[in-house]
Ligand binder design. Structure first.
Ligand SMILES: [Zn+2]
Length: 540
């Protein structure tokens, strides 16, 4: 499965039709949701009057076919204009509602993993406008600058569709559906969900890659989006924020200042909403366009960077998202590049690397949840628990190394990728202690989570001193010791021992008690800045 997305350049009549379709989908969703709600409320009220269960108002069938049947019976009266749009528009709304209700039910009964899903809410004017076509004429025109959708006809695309068209012509892709959607800036895109037959990857790193293992850190400041480093501590790549992106950010700031001076929709004097001025609306529209532009530029840079990474290296280690969420509590979260944007970038990079590494046959290693990549010294392994985002340069108190913060983190991640601890995906519920790095058995990415977690907890309890006596040759990154039962156990390297001790409450790595863990429980909240650790925020 792969999606191909193209920006569209519709004619005015087509744009109206597209808006009509998306609006119809929303109308259908809201209408049916109101109906479902009414029936639910009615049944609840009847129950409260003590009416026996069989005499209650019959429940609605929430499945997609059930909803469709009800809608078809009502559309002539509630939406006499229904014939003006493709039936796919209504199907989009019904499908979304059936899914939302299903998710809500599953979440309530506990069969759904992840965050709890609430009862569906009504779509508003501000909701995303989209419509999905699953049947009918969905085509990419041979001229490669047009697509054809049911009812809407031939729509011009802004860019060439050759990437998809070539695959369709070669018979290695099949279109399953097409989704039209409108972004905040008012531009329409089409996204084709396709089934793609991929050739067996011949990775660019098939021979002897120059740097088989790399760590990637996402820059906090706008200065660098990505920093790539090797386990031996050298920086091999740095993706700077492109000029158009910084320019877009500057433009956004100016537009937001301007909007603040104009008559907005909220009156601070009377504390009431009011009709915003035309100029305020115009400024908002420009800001939305600038946002879309910045997002597109960022997306482009990240796509190019992640493709290069997945092609050129065998193992790529990245940070987990939660670790950066932890960082954002540092107080300086608003500094430089907006923290939310950086997090979104990190999520995007992980997602892109996730599928691109499978395309190109490389491996993605994700750091354990609380792996202190940016707080560990990459030279001596000392730790700095209260590093804040403002500290752009990492100055180690133990060995005196002065190193760029992002590079330091990237080196640590690369070393993690080099060690056999390959943890892929998976928050560890209830375990706030970081896993003992290097102590668990060699875990390769796709794995059943259960045995791994058990193994890790056992391993975390075992302290370095109690590991079976085996000769430890310093300097080698990893070793295996044969246990009586034949299992392999990785012994800790000096650096890993430091990080385990620092976290596990065994005092600190350098004789200094670790404030964060002195009670034995690793606390993810960053301690307040200590004056002794304050470092100048100036870049060299
Ligand atoms: Zn150090």
């Amino acid at each position: 499965m792969q999606a191909y997305r193209f920006a569209l350049d519709p004619a005015p009549a087509q744009e109206r039709a597209m808006r009509s379709h998306a609006g119809a989908a929303q109308f259908c969703f809201n209408h049916m949701l109101a109906l479902v709600k009414a029936v639910l409320d009615q049944r609840a009220a009847e129950r409260s009057y003590g009416i026996p269960e069989p005499e209650l108002t019959p429940p609605l069938n929430w499945s997609l076919p059930g909803l469709r049947k009800i809608w078809n019976g009502r559309k002539q009266t509630v939406a006499p204009w229904w014939g003006g749009n493709s039936k796919e528009a209504y199907n989009t709304g019904l499908d979304a509602l059936a899914r939302a209700l299903g998710n809500w039910l599953d979440s309530k009964s506990g069969t759904r993993a992840g965050k709890p899903a609430g009862f569906p809410r009504f779509k508003t004017r501000r909701s995303r406008k989209a419509v999905r076509f699953t049947t009918g004429t969905i085509r990419v025109e041979p001229g490669r600058h047009h697509i054809t959708l049911p009812r809407l006809g031939r729509i011009k695309t802004c860019e060439s569709t050759r990437k998809l068209a070539r695959r369709l012509e070669a018979g290695t892709a099949r279109i399953l559906s097409a989704t039209l959607s409108r972004d905040a800036a008012g531009r329409w895109h089409v996204s084709f969900q396709t089934l793609v037959q991929r050739a067996v990857p011949v990775p660019g790193h098939a021979g002897t890659p120059e740097h088989p293992v790399v760590g990637v850190d996402v820059g906090v400041k706008a200065g660098s989006l990505l920093v790539v480093a090797t386990p031996d501590g050298s920086e091999i790549g740095r993706v700077p924020a492109p000029k158009p992106l910084t320019r877009a950010h500057a433009g956004l700031r100016a537009l937001q200042r301007r909007a603040a001076r104009q008559r907005g929709p909220y009156d601070p004097v009377t504390r009431a909403s009011r009709q915003p001025s035309k100029r305020w609306r115009r400024t908002q529209a420009r800001a939305a366009r600038t946002h879309a532009r910045a997002a597109a530029v960022r997306q482009d840079v990240l796509h190019k960077a992640t493709t290069a990474l997945a092609r050129q290296h065998r193992v790529i280690a990245v940070e987990t998202l939660n670790a950066s969420g932890m960082r954002s509590k540092g107080g300086a979260s608003k500094r430089g590049l907006n923290r939310a944007l950086a997090d979104a970038a990190l999520a995007g990079i992980r997602r892109m690397l996730g599928y691109k590494t499978t395309w190109y046959g490389s491996t993605l290693v994700e750091a354990p949840r609380y792996y202190p990549s940016s707080k560990t010294c990459s030279a001596c392994g000392g730790r700095k628990p209260n590093l804040t985002l403002a500290d752009r340069i990492y100055v180690c108190e133990q060995c005196g190394i002065v190193i760029d913060r992002d590079l330091n983190a990237a080196i640590n991640l690369a070393r993690l990728g080099d060690t056999p601890t390959r943890v892929k995906r998976g928050p560890v519920p209830g375990v706030h202690r970081p896993p003992a790095i290097g102590l668990e058995k060699d875990v390769e990415p796709p794995r059943r989570p259960e045995p791994r977690r058990r193994g890790r907890q056992e391993a975390a309890k075992r302290q370095p001193g109690t590991t079976p006596p085996t000769s430890i040759r310093p300097g080698l990154p990893r070793r295996k010791a044969r246990l009586p039962d034949g299992a392999h156990l990785h012994l800790l390297t000096r650096r890993q021992r430091f990080s385990v001790q620092g976290r596990g409450g065994q005092g600190a790595c350098c004789g200094r008690p670790n404030s964060e863990n002195s009670d034995g429980s690793a606390n993810p909240v960053i301690s307040p800045i200590r004056p002794a650790l304050m470092v100048s925020t100036m870049m060299p």
